[in-house]
Design a protein around this ligand. Structure first.
Ligand code: BEZ
Length: 253
């Protein structure tokens, strides 16, 4: 995903950072620490981390997200940077990442860059979509496109949802010791009556990239119909998120 609608993101998808607040507890920021928020989006969690009197640096590949973050939190330093390139800023006590690593499709390079950016014994605390994440939504998108005679192209799938084993191996190979790693279901309520439509419009542009506007509308309509029995509960859309959460420590030397 190259560019984001940062305003729409803040209006309709603020649950992303709300859920991330628990991850900040796991990070347990200490006064004076220097902490990188990798894939910081519009900066809400970087701001939460800054409340612990830390020196926070927010980084995101999206210019529009960083512009919005900088406007909201002018006292925090934010940088536009793609995590698949070596980080300009280095030597952090901790790297934190919420709901961002699954957008980075060169995970080996990303994990290596995180490792390089940490001080010895520095910690990498993160949560991302894991194996099986949003499987009902993906199944509905595929089935809807097929039903409408539109090609579903595998290489347009924009996410990386690893298993515990896969990501553990990546971390260990880079030189991390894993303190904890867990894959768990986290059903996630979406905002409003059109929650699933908004979600599809915000996040599925890559999959729908060859469709005309009206084809996209048709696919979304069909997806909504298919997903309603599974994901619409008590007047609320609930997405079938499954998270991979971990704490990993950079080994010395
Ligand atoms: C997630 O946070 O799991 C997610 C968000 C948007 C698209 C795909 C996954």
């Amino acid at each position: 995903m190259s560019e984001w609608n940062a305003v729409l993101y803040d209006q309709k998808h603020h649950f992303v950072s709300k859920f991330g607040e628990h991850l900040v507890d796991l990070l347990s920021p200490q006064k004076g620490e220097s902490i990188l928020d990798l894939g910081c989006g519009t900066g809400d969690l970087a701001y939460e981390i800054s409340k612990y009197e830390t020196i926070v640096h927010g980084m995101d590949a999206s210019k529009t997200m960083i512009q919005q973050a900088q406007t909201k939190y002018p006292e925090i330093q934010f940088t536009v940077q793609d995590a698949t390139q070596a980080f300009v800023h280095q030597q952090f006590d901790a790297v934190f990442s919420n709901a961002a690593l699954h957008w980075m499709k060169s995970p080996k390079a990303v994990v290596q860059h995180v490792y390089d950016a940490l001080k010895p014994n520095g910690r990498f605390v993160a949560e991302m979509g894991g194996d099986g994440n949003i499987s009902s939504i993906v199944t509905a998108m595929k089935a809807s496109m097929e039903e409408l005679g539109l090609p579903y192209i595998e290489s347009y799938f924009p996410w990386y949802f690893p298993t515990e084993e896969e990501y553990s191996e990546l971390l260990q190979r880079a030189g991390f010791r894993i303190e904890m790693i867990t894959l768990y279901d986290r059903p996630t309520p979406l905002v409003g009556e059109n929650g699933i439509q908004n979600w599809l419009h915000m996040f599925s542009n890559s999959i729908f990239q060859d469709l005309t506007a009206s084809e996209k509308e048709e696919v979304c309509r069909l997806c909504v119909r298919k997903l309603k029995p599974q994901l619409y509960q008590n007047n609320t859309w609930v997405a079938d998120y499954r998270r991979l959460r971990f704490v990993a420590i950079k080994r010395e030397g």
